[in-house]
Design a protein around this ligand. Structure first.
Ligand code: NAP
Length: 262
């Protein structure tokens, strides 16, 4: 295979949870540009339909489906619909996620459980359902979106959400454990840990979102002195989704402008 062929996703089908907005949308478009069919799914099917139009404009096929990753029935229904449309899923990106900020002493059980349910249980349910299908086909590439702030403690001035950091740490361990358990079945499980990217969850224009509050702090702390942009994701997604990463599993690739190196 040539190097170019290693990264070619033509004939492959991907599923991207949370693909209707933010980083999920960007990654869905990266896969489509590389030739993959892409199932875009989240609770707001209307935003997923808009992304499908963008996928089709790139010359690939898309399918928008409704999905609540916290609901096992919704997960199974979404996968069944995707399989009856495309027949196979070779790539899964788990980008659905949620965050609430509150001091650890004040965080409500509801906030804590919401983050754990969406970020950890949702990622697990998707890996379980789609992973089973991939194991049957002896091939699969799973990419779980964790976070650079899932590795260690974070100053409350930067991000005050012990539920979020805990959930993202769990996504990394889930990634490594599934990679070890499923490597023998041809199913690769890796994680991208983004630093701070501007999205709906993290928008400088929206008061209360992480970047809005921590923007000045980040601008002085991030070694490359900027936030992440769409292009900063593309190479990592394409690597983990393609045959280029066929000897790489259980890894966490941090895209944080060098912040974690300090
Ligand atoms: N932006 C950053 O700087 C940053 C940094 C590190 C990690 N991340 C991670 O990147 C991922 C994407 O976040 P984002 O920044 O792109 O924010 P975003 O635009 O708010 O994306 C979150 C996505 O999750 C989906 N979602 C939430 N709950 C869901 C559920 N129960 N079932 C299915 N989908 C659900 C949302 O779609 P619906 O509302 O339609 O369901 C939305 O598309 C998240 O996992 C986040 O933790 C982001």
């Amino acid at each position: 295979m040539t190097t170019k062929q290693l990264f070619d996703l033509r004939g492959k089908t991907a599923m991207v949870t949370g693909g209707g907005s933010g980083l999920g949308r960007v990654m869905a478009l990266v896969l489509a540009e590389a030739g993959a069919n892409v199932v875009v799914c989240s609770r707001r099917v209307e935003v997923c339909e808009e992304v499908v139009k963008e996928i089709e404009a790139l010359g690939s096929q898309g399918l928008a489906l409704s999905l609540d990753v916290t609901n096992p029935e919704s997960v199974v229904q979404c996968l069944d619909k995707a399989l009856s449309h495309f027949g196979k899923i070779e790539i899964l990106i788990n980008a659905s996620g949620t965050v609430f900020e509150a001091p650890a002493t004040e965080m409500s059980l509801e906030q804590w459980q919401s983050m754990l349910n969406t970020n950890v249980t949702g990622t697990f349910l998707m890996c379980q359902a789609v992973g089973k299908h991939m194991i049957e086909n002896e091939y699969g590439k799973i990419i779980n979106i964790s976070s650079s702030i899932g590795f260690k403690g974070v100053d409350p001035e930067a991000v005050d959400s012990v539920g979020y950091t805990t959930s993202k740490g769990a996504v990394m361990t889930l990634t490594k454990d599934l990679a070890v358990k499923w490597g023998r079945h041809g199913v690769f499980v890796n994680s991208i840990a983004p630093g701070v990217f501007t999205t709906g969850m993290n928008n400088p224009e929206i008061p209360g979102t992480l970047v809005n509050k921590a923007g000045a702090f980040i601008a002085t702390q991030v070694p490359v002195r900027r936030l992440g942009t769409d292009n900063d994701l593309a190479g990592a997604v394409l690597y983990f989704a393609s045959s280029a990463s066929d000897y790489c599993t259980g890894q966490i690739l941090v895209l944080d402008g060098g912040l974690g190196a300090k």
